[in-house]
Design a protein around this ligand. Sequence first.
Ligand code: NDP
Ligand code: 8X3
Length: 255
Amino acid sequence: MNLHNQIVFITGASAGIGRECAELFAEAGARLILAARRTERLTELAASLKERFGTATHCISLDVRDRAAVKTAIEALPAAWQEIDILINNAGLSRGMDTFQEANLDDWEEMIDTNVKGLLYVSRSVLPGMVARKRGTVINLGSVAGREVYPKGNVYCATKHAVRALSQAMYRDTNGSNIRVCNIEPGMVETEFSEVRFHGDKERAQSVYKGITPLSGRDIAEVIFFCATRPPHVTLHDIQIMPTAQASTTLMHRQ
Ligand code: NDP
Ligand code: 8X3
């Protein structure tokens, strides 16, 4: 599929995997709706993409947890930006790594609100247009944590199990409308993810990747790009991508 002038809506485009997706889709000539809370980063990214690839972008300051704001932001898209071709539900986070009996309830709520409810709010606003046009691709960022539950991963793993279930729900409910839904399930990707998980503790975050070569945001963006550019009759429903040194969520070969 040719992406030239297609509209790609990326949530969480201010960092990591989302930002790398913006780069790749921009290079292929797509028009981008970039959403995140740190708008200054989006503005900088948009200027850089414009300079290098001539990309047309529309930046939205958006907290996906805010149900009303999500609805308003999507309804208020300028006419030229309304017909979204590809939605990348990437905004997400983990917070904390504690046992079930000790974990912080605010961390739990933040993960559920972002990874599950945020994805629901955005998708519920974008999908009706895709179904009406009988065209669209939705790419959801699940995780290997959506397949396995690792010790102290409790609610993060549960949210990614939910993303997996919601991806299935989307393609089953929209069957017959030519909508493609892909659930991307990475293992360890070195982004700001661990720093966010450990509430800004950089040293602890870096130790997660010690002695192994983790995946990069670019590695995941390339797989997302591959899914999005298959011919319209081809859907990749689930893709699990692991660093070669990671055999499961807990089995890592560190050197
Ligand atoms: P980063 O922390 O680097 O990026 C996360 C992005 O999500 C940021 O752009 C952030 O933007 C955005 N975001 C977080 N909360 C909100 C919110 N409430 N509203 C809008 N945007 C939000 O992490 P990754 O790039 O690694 O993570 C991207 C996705 O990939 C997540 O869903 C994550 O669960 C998943 N994933 C990551 C893996 C990893 O090992 N890194 C492995 C498997 C899956 P801002 O703060 O500006 O709002
Ligand atoms: C992130 C991967 O293994 O830290 O989704 O849960 S892991």
